[in-house]
Design a protein around this ligand. Structure first.
Ligand code: PDD
Length: 283
């Protein structure tokens, strides 16, 4: 497989990053994951807008978005005939410089830019119908969660804890309120109203979250963007995750408490509409 690294398309096996890369040493970098349906980069412009915000958040100069788009299209064109779903990964770090916490002197290094596209397997119909099980964990992440940084250790540890408990994923709880999952946002439905946490510095502004809210508004579903508690989550009629690779994924149980409707009508409707918007047929 060919990947893009710092201006070149190279074989995956020969792509190499410096031991001085600040992404490696300090998690000094940001990333995006884009879902590729067919040959289409889903909501590319929204992802690029968020990338620019993340770059602003870590004080890295804005990149050439047109160039990134060309690279993305080139990588997507390399997908095989039968590979109709894929994920695109883009990571930009502050580049390589001898280890020192402060930024490298201006002009002394170029950002490291890595991009690849890999085929993915769609979430099975059975998983969607059954819903997934979740555990809750304290949200011990930093106060700039809105930056999509590669510093994901709290997320990694929470996901591992969930997997050890036999669950699919973990839900972060901050001061008794639900923020999000380790790599997805979280919605609940109560009495026909859709609830998800408002965007603050403690939430990643998910592209799928945004798209789902747009779909809900178009379909006349009432929306309430106020913080909701762990107890509200347990008392919900439906609960589901949203994310680039997760799409709209129903939640069956939280900490062993069953959600009233494991795979309820609103989650199903939103998933169908999301697929329609992505041009995905057959579901
Ligand atoms: N994660 N919250 C967190 C913490 C995330 O990492 C993600 C995405 C989301 C959902 O955002 P979006 O709808 O834009 O994918 C919410 C990506 C997919 C990842 O880390 O792989």
């Amino acid at each position: 497989m060919q990947v893009y690294l710092n201006g070149n398309f190279v074989a995956e096996e020969s792509a190499a990053i410096s031991i001085d890369d600040r992404g490696f040493l300090f998690a000094d970098g940001v990333y995006e994951v884009v879902h590729v349906y067919g040959r289409t980069l889903f909501e590319w412009d929204l992802h690029m807008a968020r990338l620019q915000e993340s770059l602003r958040g870590i004080e890295l100069p804005v990149v050439d978005l047109a160039q990134l788009h060309n690279v993305a299209e080139h990588l997507v064109s390399g997908l095989g005939e039968s590979e109709d779903e894929a994920s695109l990964y883009l990571q930009i770090t502050r580049g390589a410089h001898r280890r020192s916490h402060g930024f490298p002197p201006l002009g002394s290094t170029e950002p490291t830019i890595l991009m690849w596209v890999r085929p993915t397997v769609a979430i099975s119909q059975q998983t969607i119908e059954e819903g997934v099980s979740m555990i809750s964990v304290p949200d011990d992440r930093w106060a700039k969660v809105w930056i999509k940084t590669v510093g994901l250790l709290p997320n990694v540890l929470a996901k591992h804890k969930a997997q050890q408990a036999g669950a699919f994923d973990a839900i972060f709880i901050r001061d008794g309120m639900v923020t999000e999952a380790t790599s997805a946002n979280l919605f609940i439905v109560k009495d026909g109203v859709l609830h998800t946490a408002p965007i603050t510095n403690y939430i990643l502004p998910g592209i799928t979250r945004q798209v789902v809210l747009e779909i809900a508004a178009t379909n006349g579903l009432p929306i309430d963007l106020k913080p909701f508690s762990y107890e509200d989550l347990l008392a919900a009629d439906e609960a589901f995750l949203t994310g680039t690779l997760t799409e709209v994924l129903p939640i069956r149980e939280v900490d062993g408490h069953l959600v009233r409707q494991a795979s309820g009508p609103i989650a199903r409707q939103l998933l169908t509409e999301l697929h329609r918007r992505a041009g995905k047929s057959g579901k």
